[in-house]
Design a protein around this ligand. Structure first.
Ligand code: ZN
Length: 434
């Protein structure tokens, strides 16, 4: 499989990677502007600080200009935000203070189990400041020195921003893709999500001119963003979204992972599972999680009363790989190949959704395939077993099964069954019931 889009997505990630993102602020806007270069239909929206969204209030905007930790005795910067934006606890309050090592310690975060990694720590809803460093850096600090902690950051009334792309189809029924844009320099969780989302939007735009569904792509800060987005659009989403996916952790080379919607019984789950089980791209090699393992915006989309048909297909699941939420989740951990596999998966999934109709045979008993030149033509094309596939399709095209149901019964990829449906439809052997 060529990795053309995978390479382009990875290049886009290289541009986005250095930006200091958070749940609010310039980093999110800058990220959305760069994504908009790929798909100009992306609209950048704003919600004002202080606005209520269900049980939450939109937080203040965060601006950070610089941060460092200085060893007073030597005048040396021992930690410098300019070298890695993970060095500051995300959304930290501003500080300029001289402290003893013991006083400083409660503001330092490191991972003894990953001595080279800088952990990613946030403090959104509790005013706090802190630095993150590798355990190796921590061990270099002199316990007898004094330290000056400087974080040039401020919080102010501003906006929470998000991006939205709507690509209209023939019907108002919608497919939703939601991803988040709030992590700083972290690759799989989470830049792989927005990069895949924007390339899927581009692909839908360029390859599906007569699409049945309307496609909605949403780029939000995680949690508060999805809560705001749902609170603004709940009625519309409930009425129109037929299937949706949260895109995150889609760029590494690990096996696919599946996390179901709350009850795992939606169209989104059904299509995802068919491809995971039967499509050669996955070959049935995937890890199945429970909704109890949830952790991203599916928590909001699948909440009681919201009840949207949203699930996740990832590569290595958030929280389940050692690089997760550390500086090791970088541009080497995410690869063009890993991104391409996810792109190909979702491209197939979209095609299946577009062709997922309920079919019914038009003739009683088996049709005579030879008379239609079908048997002859097909067997000469060298695809053994294809006639059997057509006959099996017809056997279950009884007006109750959709394409994915039939594919599941036949234990084949629904993507690979699209061609069979097209051939049968062309020869008037099946008709679309709905
Ligand atoms: Zn995360």
């Amino acid at each position: 499989m060529p990795i053309r889009e995978g390479k382009e997505m990875h290049r886009l990630m290289e541009r986005l990677f250095p930006i200091t993102r958070s749940i609010t602020g310039e980093g999110v806007r800058q990220t959305l502007r760069i994504l908009k270069e790929v798909v100009p239909e992306l609209e950048i929206k704003a919600v004002k600080s202080g606005e209520r969204c269900f049980d939450w209030v939109v937080p203040k905007e965060w601006k950070i200009d610089d941060a460092y930790l200085l060893e007073v005795e030597t005048g040396k910067k021992v930690i410098d935000f300019k070298r890695n934006n993970l060095h500051v606890v995300n959304y930290s309050i501003g500080v300029d203070k001289t402290l003893t090592f013991d006083e400083l310690r409660e503001h330092l975060h490191y991972r003894e189990d990953l001595p080279d990694a800088i952990p990613y720590v946030t403090s959104y809803y509790h005013p706090y400041w802190g630095f993150c460093l590798s355990y190796n850096q921590f061990k270099e600090l002199n316990p007898n020195s004094t330290y000056r902690a400087v974080i040039k950051a401020k919080h102010f009334d501003g906006e929470l921003n998000y991006g939205e792309i709507i690509l209209k189809g023939e019907t108002e029924d919608e497919i939703l893709f939601s991803t988040y844009v709030c992590h700083p320099s972290l690759a799989n969780d989470n830049l792989s999500g927005p990069v895949l989302a924007i390339y899927l939007a581009k692909w839908v735009k360029e390859n599906l001119p007569n699409k049945r569904y309307t496609y909605r792509f949403v780029f939000i800060p995680e949690t508060i963003g999805s809560i705001c987005y749902i609170s603004r659009n709940l009625e519309h989403l409930r009425k129109h979204v037929k299937a949706g996916y949260v895109l995150t952790c889609v760029g590494d080379e690990g096996d696919f992972s599946y996390l179901p919607s709350r009850y795992g019984n939606t169209l989104a789950d059904k299509v995802a599972l068919n491809l995971l089980n039967y499509d050669p791209l996955v070959g049935g090699k995937f890890k199945k999680y429970s909704y109890l393992d949830r952790g991203s915006d599916e928590r909001q989309y699948c909440a009681p009363g919201v009840d949207l048909p949203v699930c996740l297909v990832m590569k290595s699941k958030f929280g389940e790989y050692k690089e997760y939420h550390t500086s090791l989740d970088n541009l080497e951990f995410v690869t063009p190949k890993g991104l391409q596999e996810s792109f190909d998966f979702y491209r197939k999934l979209i095609k299946v959704l577009e062709h997922n109709r309920v079919y019914k045979t038009t003739v009683l008993c088996e049709p005579q395939m030879g008379r239609r030149g079908l048997y002859h033509k097909v067997s000469h094309s060298g695809r053994k077993g294809f006639v059997k596939l057509l006959m099996d399709f017809l056997a279950y095209a009884d007006g109750t099964n959709d394409l994915v149901d039939i594919a599941d019964i036949l234990k084949v990829s629904a993507y690979e069954l699209i061609e069979a449906a097209k051939i049968l439809e062309k020869h008037n052997l099946i008709e679309i019931k709905k």
